[in-house]
Design a protein around this ligand. Structure first.
Ligand code: FAD
Length: 360
């Protein structure tokens, strides 16, 4: 997303990943539909939902959503987004900051930044770490799960079909967290997420799959950050899970990765255009991300509260909190507003006007 915002800028943009683009899906891939529409990615949509069906240990409740969620096809989504970039791509494994920085031969964060990869060093004045929760390019101590503010998630992707986006808030599957069944046309993505990183989710992912009678194939899982982290450090920009941009409670991380990636890409374009310095961009983007702390705290409070609600009270609490047309619409709209689709529209128009300027 950050690279996309630099399309046509003349910047020499290199995107690297240890895998090919779209090769390794790490998510159930549910996102507000409007984000797919705004970004021209709607062709990757697999199924659309205007409500969430929640199963508690003591009954089920359907929460109408005042907008819609979609599940999408991960490889097509990545390809469509990549088509909007004019960057180069190489596969390489990033090992970390270069040895010269580590040994102090070069001051940390000085431009250009040096990155050590299994295919040799890379030097660049602007470096974005979107390598996930490991935050590979940060200096200092790294998170060591399970002793870290991380959730953990595991899911299976068997073939199948269903009509509802389903969530299971039931201690049968996880004491603190939830299970899900997200249909995506010809397959269904069924998994368990635990807010407590010590809880092993493999057994109960199997249990949920057995309970709802789907197969157990194509396992995929990961640690999921649930705490916002500084979005810049030692001269490097962080976006997505590397900055803890995944929302607590819901573990929705794709939309915020797109949102913060867009904000960052727009800022980097200003640096390339010479209207702000790299140092100013580091400050501005840092503040932009940190400005979302309250919203992340709101979701983290809810994440901590959910496991404390007595199982018998979960359904009545949801019924009282999510009234259709009232508190439910308010909560869902407030949630969407943390990273609203209008921001994608803003990123589009910024990109269009930059491209028009280049063409003129
Ligand atoms: C089971 C599960 C289900 C989920 N379901 C949803 C969902 O339905 N909707 C949603 O919005 N979010 C969901 N999430 C969260 C979401 O997957 C993440 O928040 C999101 O993928 C974060 O995007 P990212 O680009 O920051 O990091 P990632 O998606 O983790 O991407 C990091 C990239 O960096 C590459 N990489 C990592 N280390 C290196 C290295 N050393 N060298 C080179 N490349 C490297 C990886 O190959 C990868 O391509 C789910 C998470 C899990 C675990």
């Amino acid at each position: 997303m950050a690279a996309r915002q630099l399309a046509g800028s003349g910047a020499d943009v290199l995107v690297i990943d240890r895998y090919e683009i779209g090769e390794r899906q790490t998510s159930a891939c549910a996102i507000p539909t409007a984000w797919l529409q705004e970004l021209g990615l709607i062709e990757s949509e697999k199924q659309r939902f205007d409500s969430v069906l929640i199963h508690t240990a003591h009954g089920s409740i359907r929460l109408p959503v005042p907008w819609s969620f979609s599940t999408f096809d991960y490889p097509s989504f990545c390809e469509l987004l990549w088509d909007q970039c004019d960057a180069e791509f190489e596969t390489a494994k990033v090992n970390g900051r270069s040895d010269s920085e580590k040994t102090g031969t070069v001051p940390i964060g000085a431009s250009p930044i040096s990155i050590d990869t299994d295919r040799g060093p890379i030097h660049a004045p602007l470096v974005v770490d979107s390598l996930g929760w490991k935050r590979v390019l940060a200096g200092g101590a790294h998170y060591q799960p399970p002793e870290a503010p991380l959730s953990r998630g595991l899911e299976v992707h068997p073939p199948g079909g269903n009509v509802d986006l389903e969530v299971f808030i039931n201690r049968r599957y996880v004491p603190a967290g939830y299970g899900w069944s997200f249909p995506a046309d010809d397959e269904v993505r069924v998994g368990v997420g635990s807010f407590d990183p010590h809880f092993p989710v493999r057994h109960t992912t199997d249990l949920l799959a057995d309970d709802i009678e789907v197969g157990k194939s194509a396992y995929q899982g990961n640690w999921i950050p649930h705490r916002l982290r500084p979005a810049t450090a030692n001269g490097v920009f962080f976006a997505g899970d590397s900055a803890g941009h995944c929302f607590p409670l819901t573990a929705e991380g794709i939309r915020p990765a797109l949102y913060f990636g867009a904000a960052l890409g727009m800022k980097l374009r200003d640096v390339v255009d010479g209207t702000v310095t790299r140092e100013q961009a580091l400050d501005d983007y840092h503040s932009f991300s940190a400005g979302h702390q309250r919203a992340f705290d709101w979701l983290l409070r809810a994440q901590k509260l959910l496991p404390k609600i007595h199982p018998r009270l979960v359904k009545p609490t949801l019924a009282a909190s999510f009234k259709a047309g009232g508190s439910g619409d308010y909560a869902f709209n407030r949630y969407l507003g943390i990273a609203p689709p209008e921001f994608a529209a803003l990123a589009n128009s910024a990109l269009r006007s930059s491209l028009d300027e280049v063409a003129a």
